[in-house]
Design a protein around this ligand. Structure first.
Ligand SMILES: Nc1ncnc2c1ncn2[C@@H]1O[C@H](COP(=O)(O)OP(=O)(O)OP(=O)(O)O)[C@@H](O)[C@H]1O
Length: 655
């Protein structure tokens, strides 16, 4: 009978000391090729001969010679393994060894930048591209959770997005059961928390991310470094919890850095990766036997995980070390390929694929609600989360007002006397109101949306909804904020500086200013769909707005004096319609006074606002309704553009 290994605290039984000696004990669960009548596992996952290569530029872009050349890089090389339900497999390896890429490959999340060969089978059936999403649950390295929701709310919203046919009480029970399974019940009503306010702990956040995946009862759960950033005790608890989940008839695969030696007993299978190759994959006892047979005993008091990962890593600090460590890694890999462990694994893959009565692929529970119901859930979730951000709400409602106070303080009171700036001050206010409103919208979007976008990226990969649906929910939620915020701003500015004292004109002024503010936010969202970096979006938006106000307003240079191409371009700017509308709203029927001394000859010729309208925007009076329609047409056009942008994002974002 073969030996297996257990850890025994050296010299002091039951000690929690980290130093362990690996001692042989009688094995009872030796895994040998199963006879055909042996009970089959309810689910098995086989990865067969997976290789992934990418084509990369040799040098950086500023070195044009080498940038033109490309080389092919092998990220994964002929990786195969087999795991069965009830097992938890830990993928170990030094940084850059290909752990995450392997996990992405198994989950069908690998991008199309490289060439992927090999196959993934579940229950001996090849998983097709469209099936990956419905078969595997994937927990990313970073937790993408909404900070102001409680744990229970987070899970309830996820359940509502995933499980349509469940009644509200069934969803409540499901959430309660998952919270109990992951020991989260005691923090059910605690908020997740964020960088600037406390919430649940890091380990609890990890468990909420795992719980979100469990709601759909997946048979296979993949986790990318679930213990990163956690203290070692919490990290251990997470792995033990994952092992418990695996024991309940699931397959759990987890990439992990530096597991503690206590976890030796917890993993059912251990895979060690180096330079994209699987150097070893087997159960922990086999691992110690295998490395011993290669001449590498695990020294006493040492963590076998550390020892074996070090042994198989390539040290690139010098070319001599690199050659020597690469040779060692290659020798160990060759020995593994020749070993009985490898033969048994390939036999199991063949056997599961050749079974006559293959079980079906176990898909996650997925009863997606209709598009409208998903929108409803996403909208409720977005509103609940953002409306709890007290400072955020105050800032969103008051930022326009604060900027309006600056303008009002600067202008003080509008005069009707042309010699005292009656014309210039009014145009200045209109220019400011049109030019600055998009910026406040932009600031909101850049501050709030990237976090929602990260969640949408992940949840759309999980198949809960599509990215554009989150975009749509987000923009629906901004309307009340924008309307109230702009109304507060115009109510103050309009009456404080003494613009045309007609309530109807005030309403028109407000209705016009509303649009650039919303457009600023919408356009930023459109750009955030295709540009990952919010800083670049900020700069792009600022430039677009400056260009728009220059070409469209006619304030910097009279539209009639501009080259024809700019005159045509001005029709594409919302600033043209907005400024035209504001000029008419303010100046129509306005009579100026003119008291000497007059600062420039002919200064008193401008007697009323109609002359201003004729000079700046000939025919604008007759276009008033049309301008309103054109201005408001930008909103649905941008919503459409946003949907397209987030559909493009589906192709851009792969992980
Ligand atoms: N699409 C790609 N194009 C170019 N290189 C890639 C691509 N995907 C992965 N790589 C490279 O492959 C190597 C393996 O990456 P991977 O993220 O899988 O490593 P890892 O073992 O998970 O590392 P870590 O533990 O640091 O997260 C890295 O050097 C990475 O830069």
């Amino acid at each position: 009978m073969k030996n297996s290994y257990s850890m025994q605290a050296n010299g002091q039984k039951n000690s929690t000391n980290e130093s362990f000696k690996f001692v042989p004990e009688k094995r009872t669960d030796v895994q040998s090729p199963a006879p055909s009548n042996q009970k089959q596992p309810s689910c098995c996952l086989s990865v067969s001969k997976v290789s992934y290569t990418v084509s990369e530029r040799v040098g950086p872009w500023w070195d044009i010679q080498s940038y033109r050349k490309k080389w092919t890089r092998q990220i994964l090389n002929d990786v195969s393994f087999h795991v069965e339900s009830g097992q938890i497999m830990g993928i170990l390896g030094n940084s850059g060894s290909g752990k995450t890429t392997l996990l992405d490959t198994v989950a069908g999340r690998i991008g199309n930048t490289g060439t992927l060969i090999g196959e993934v089978f579940v229950n001996g059936r090849k998983v097709k591209q469209a099936q990956f999403q419905d078969c595997f649950s994937y927990v990313l390295q970073s937790d993408n959770l909404l900070s102001y929701l409680t744990v229970e709310e987070t899970l309830t919203f996820t359940a509502q997005l995933a499980l349509r046919q469940h009644s509200a009480s069934a969803i409540r029970m499901k959430v309660a059961a998952v919270m109990a399974e992951l020991s989260l019940s005691h923090v059910a009503n605690t908020v997740i928390g964020g960088r600037i306010f406390p919430g649940i702990s890091g380990g609890e956040r990890r468990r909420v991310s795992i719980a979100s995946q469990l709601l759909q009862d997946p048979k296979v759960i993949l986790l990318d470094e679930p213990t990163t950033g956690l203290d070692s005790m919490t990290a251990n608890q997470i792995v033990v919890l994952l092992a418990d989940l695996a024991r309940r008839d699931r397959i759990v695969i987890v990439t992990i850095h530096q597991p503690r030696s206590e976890l030796f007993r917890v993993f059912s299978r251990i895979a060690i990766m180096s330079c994209g190759e699987l150097v070893f994959c087997g159960d922990p006892g086999e691992m110690v036997d295998f490395f011993s047979s290669c001449g590498y005993e695990c020294p006493e008091y040492c963590n076998p995980f550390d020892i074996y990962v070090d042994l198989t890593s390539v040290d690139t600090r010098s070319s001599e070390r690199e050659a020597a460590t690469y040779r060692r890694m290659h020798d160990i890999t060759s020995a593994y390929r020749r070993s009985e462990i490898y033969q048994r694994m390939t036999w199991k893959i063949r056997q599961s694929c050749q079974r006559a009565n293959k079980p079906m692929i176990p898909f996650k529970s997925k009863e997606s609600p209709s598009c409208m119901s998903k929108l409803g859930v996403l909208l409720r979730r977005t509103v609940r989360n953002l409306s709890r951000d007290r400072m955020g709400v105050i800032m969103r409602l008051s930022q326009n007002l604060i900027y309006g106070m600056f303008v009002a303080f600067f202008v003080m009171h509008l005069d009707d006397d042309i010699t005292k700036g009656a014309l210039q001050d009014r145009i200045g206010i209109i220019y400011q109101a049109m030019g600055a409103s998009p910026y406040t919208g932009m600031l909101n979007a850049v501050a709030l949306f990237p976090a929602m976008r990260a969640i949408a990226d992940q949840e759309s990969k999980d198949g809960l909804y599509q990215k554009w649906q989150m975009f749509l929910a987000y923009i629906i939620h901004i309307f009340p904020f924008s309307i109230i915020s702009v109304f507060i701003f115009t109510s103050f500015l309009y009456w404080a500086v003494g613009m045309h004292p007609d309530p109807w004109r005030f309403m028109c002024f407000t209705a016009v200013i509303m649009v650039p503010h919303i457009i600023g936010e919408l356009l930023t969202l459109v750009l955030l769909g295709v540009v990952q970096d919010p800083n670049m979006v900020n700069s792009g938006m600022a430039l677009l707005n400056i260009a728009g106000i220059m070409v469209g307003s006619g304030f910097l240079r009279s539209t009639q004096q501009m080259p024809l191409v700019f005159q045509w371009l001005s029709y594409l700017t919302f600033q043209k319609y907005g400024c035209e509308l504001l000029i008419v709203t303010e100046f129509y029927g306005l009579n100026f006074t003119c008291k000497p001394p007059v600062r420039f000859p002919g200064g008193c010729l401008i007697k009323d606002g109609n002359i201003v309208i004729d000079q700046l925007y000939p025919g604008a009076l007759s276009r008033y309704t049309l301008d309103f329609l054109m201005l408001y047409a930008f909103l649905p056009a941008l919503v459409l553009l946003g949907i397209i942008s987030f559909k493009i994002r589906d192709r851009l974002v792969r992980r």
